[in-house]
Design a protein around this ligand. Structure first.
Ligand code: PHE
Length: 355
């Protein structure tokens, strides 16, 4: 029997038996590696007498193809077997009843921040962030509140060092500065986040939340500010009409400045927004002071605009009927379970905010 025939018979019978992956790979290497049996047969072609060479080469190629096909087939078979085995072992029985699991809830403040961001993004505001630990320049000086300015005393600041250079930001207004230093006008941003003042009672917490708004462009005026806030309050409280009152006020970084109250009444123990003759202060605002613009290298003769700072926690309390601010930060699981939101209920303007 010729070498070729011997190899063929031996390996065909081997390949027809039950093999695992490593056995098939061993056969593959025995035949086709650098010194494999078939490889060596190919090397021999040159020494075969010319009259037999052609037939020899044809036979060799046919055997090679046959063995190679069988090996590929075997490998596929093994792979399929392995996949099936895996599928069988990792099967999930979807008919099993759900196991009771503790579910997280979204905190009303987080939900309110998402709602606010959604409302403002509809009218072209993007969201900016700044750090809780600020320097005194961004928190005060750049905002036209130099040292010894009486407005600094109103803020009950938590300073972090003796030289009073580092502090916990007392408002989100330093994000105005950060944003304007970083980019070129126009600016149209909101900046929600945590703020800190040394103050604590039923309506004040040492840590609370604000959302800053800033819109700077070539022709922005108080009318734009009113229109923007009017739109926001209506969307936020999901009502068609609201009562809004601008009271003259003072902030060093805006001129003129105002505080805004919204009208409400209490009926059957529930707050109704947009009716009645009670007023609740919810934000401070005004036209950005030219000195602030100069401090961030924006030309106040070319650009102007408004800024506002809204107290988020108060808005959340009003909308969701929560009457003690401190409960927000007590981490009482039962409270969160009651007032929290489903994680899958992401608020959007088109789907509704409070569901
Ligand atoms: N930063 C002010 C505060 O915390 C609010 C405010 C922001 C007022 C922007 C005017 C403009 O009281």
């Amino acid at each position: 029997m010729s070498d070729l025939k011997k190899i063929k018979d031996e390996f065909l019978s081997k390949l027809r038996s039950k093999l695992d992956l490593s056995e098939v790979n061993k056969i593959k290497s025995d035949l086709f590696s650098k010194n494999g049996l078939i490889t060596n047969q190919f090397k021999k072609i040159g020494s075969i007498p010319e009259s037999e060479r052609k037939k020899y080469a044809t036979d060799l190629n046919a055997i090679k193809d046959e063995l190679q096909d069988l090996i590929t087939l075997k490998l596929n078979e093994i792979e399929t077997l392995e996949v099936n085995e895996k599928l069988q072992n990792e099967k999930v029985d979807v008919t099993l009843p759900e196991r009771p699991i503790a579910r997280g809830k979204i905190h009303p403040v987080s939900q309110t921040i998402d709602e606010i961001s959604s409302i403002f993004s509809e009218i072209g505001f993007s969201v900016e962030e700044g750090p809780d630990v600020e320097n005194e320049y961004n928190n005060f000086t750049a905002l036209n509140t130099p040292e010894h300015h009486p407005a600094r005393d109103m803020h009950d600041t938590f300073y972090l060092d003796e030289k009073k250079q580092k502090l916990l930001r007392t408002h989100t207004s330093p994000v105005q500065i950060r944003t304007m230093l970083k980019d070129k006008p126009p600016f149209k941003i909101i900046a929600p986040g945590r703020t800190y003042r040394s103050d604590s009672d039923q309506t004040h917490s040492p840590m609370f939340h604000q959302v800053e708004g800033l819109h700077i462009d070539k022709n922005i005026n108080m009318g734009d500010l009113k229109g923007c806030l009017n739109y926001f309050i209506k969307e936020f409280f999901e009502v068609d009409k609201i009562k809004m009152r601008f009271r003259p006020s003072h902030f060093p970084f805006t001129e003129p400045s105002a505080e805004v109250d919204i009208g409400y009444k209490i009926k059957d123990g529930k707050i109704i927004i947009g009716e009645g003759d009670q007023w609740l202060e919810i934000l401070g605002c005004g036209m950005v002071h030219p000195n602030v613009l100069k401090n961030v290298k924006v030309d106040p003769n070319k650009f102007q605009g408004y800024a506002f700072g809204i107290g988020i926690d108060r808005l959340a309390m009003l909308k969701y009927g929560i009457n003690d601010l401190r409960a927000f930060f007590e981490c009482d699981y039962r409270w969160l379970n009651h007032f929290g939101f489903d994680p899958l209920d992401v608020p959007t303007n088109y789907r509704g905010l409070s569901r």
